[in-house]
Design a protein around this ligand. Sequence first.
Ligand SMILES: Cc1ncc(COP(=O)(O)O)c(C=O)c1O
Length: 385
Amino acid sequence: MPIQLPQKHNAADTTIFTVMSSLAQQHNAINLSQGFPDFPIEHNLMQLLYEAASHGFNQYAPMSGLPILRDAITRNFKQRYNIDIDADHEITITPGATYAIYTAFSAILRAGDEAIVLEPAYDSYVPNIEMNGAKAILVKLEAPTFSVDWNKVKSAINTRTKAIIVNTPHNPTGSIWGKDDWQQLAELVRDTDIMIISDEVYEQLIYDGKPHYSVLQHPELRERSFAIYSFGKVFHNTGWKIGYCIASANLSRSFRRLHQFLSFSVNTPAQYALAKHIIQPGLQAVNIMLEEKRNYFLKLMHNTPFKMLQQTNGSYFQLGSFEGISDMPDTEFAQWLTTEYGVATIPVSAFYGDKTDNKLLRFCFAKKEETLLAATERLSLVKSC
Ligand SMILES: Cc1ncc(COP(=O)(O)O)c(C=O)c1O
C-alpha cells in the first residue's frame, strides 16, 4: 500500500495548461495556449544579467529584495501612477506573482475561513485558498462582458469571509476594472475585516489608451490590500519568475513573516538586471508592441470561422467562440483543434470551478507575427464538425 499523504487542494494533479502544452508538443502544434511570449527579451536586459553576475551579484539578496530594485519600483510607480511607496517597508520582491498570491493568502487565512474568487479565474487562486485550509466561494463574472455583478458579490459575503481576490486586467477575458468597480468593492468591505488581494500582473498590458486603475490608488482599499505584480509579463521573461508584493508596512510585515521561511530571498542577478533596466530613461512601454499584435491577430482571425468576443482591453489574451463550428465540449474541441489542425489554445471552462462551458477558447497573442500568421492560416482551414 503506497503512503497516502494529505490532499491539500481539490484541483487536478496536472493542469489544462500542462495538458495542452504537451499535446501541442506531441503534435508539433503552434502553441497559443500558455501565456508566454515566443520572442526574445531586450538585449539590454540580457547584458545586465551578465553584468550582475560578473560584478559579483551572486549571493543571497536581502529578504525583502535588493534595495536598488525596491527603489526603482518606487520611482517607477511615482512616475506612472503618482503613488508614493515606501521602498523599505511596503515592497517585497518575490519569486513570481503566483508565489506572492499564495503568500498573501497564507498571511490572511486561517482554517475554516472563506475567500471570494471571481471566475473565470487564474488557476492558482482556488488551490491556494484550499492549501490554507480555507474555502473558496466562487462568484461568476457576467459573460460576455465579464463585468462584476456586485449584488452577487455582496450575497457571497458573510462573517467567515476574510479575503477577496481580484484581477485586472483580467486573465482569461481581457476585461479591465474602472474606478467605479473599486468604489463598489470599497463599499462592500467597509466595516469588515475582509482583505483584498489585487492581482495586477498585466497592469502594463493595457490598450487603446485606457488607464489601469490600481488598488493602490484607492486610499481606503490600499490599507487592506496586497497588490501583486510580475516582471515576467512586462519584460517577456516569464522564466525569470520575479514578481513583487506592495502592501502597507503592517501587512508587509505579516507577508514577510512567511516569506522569510518560504523562499527567504529571490534570484540576485535577475533583481540587479531588472533594477538597472527599469530606471533607463525612455524605456518603451510594452503595451504599444502588444496592442499591435492584438490588432494583427484580430485582423487575421477574420479569415477564420471563429467569432472573436469584444477585443481585449488588457492582458495578452483574446477570447473567441467556436459556436457554429462544433457542439463539442470546449476541452474536447481544444484537444481536437490541436491534434487535427495543429493549433493549441485553452478551453475557458478550465477557469471555472464548475467547468462552465460557453464554447470559448483563450488565444495568447504574445507571439511573433510569423507565429500568429501561421496559426491563423491553420485556423482558417477549420471545418464544422
Ligand atoms: C492572472 C495571473 N496572475 C499571476 C500570474 C503568474 O505570474 P508569475 O509568472 O509571475 O508567477 C499569471 C501568469 O500567467 C496570471 O495570468
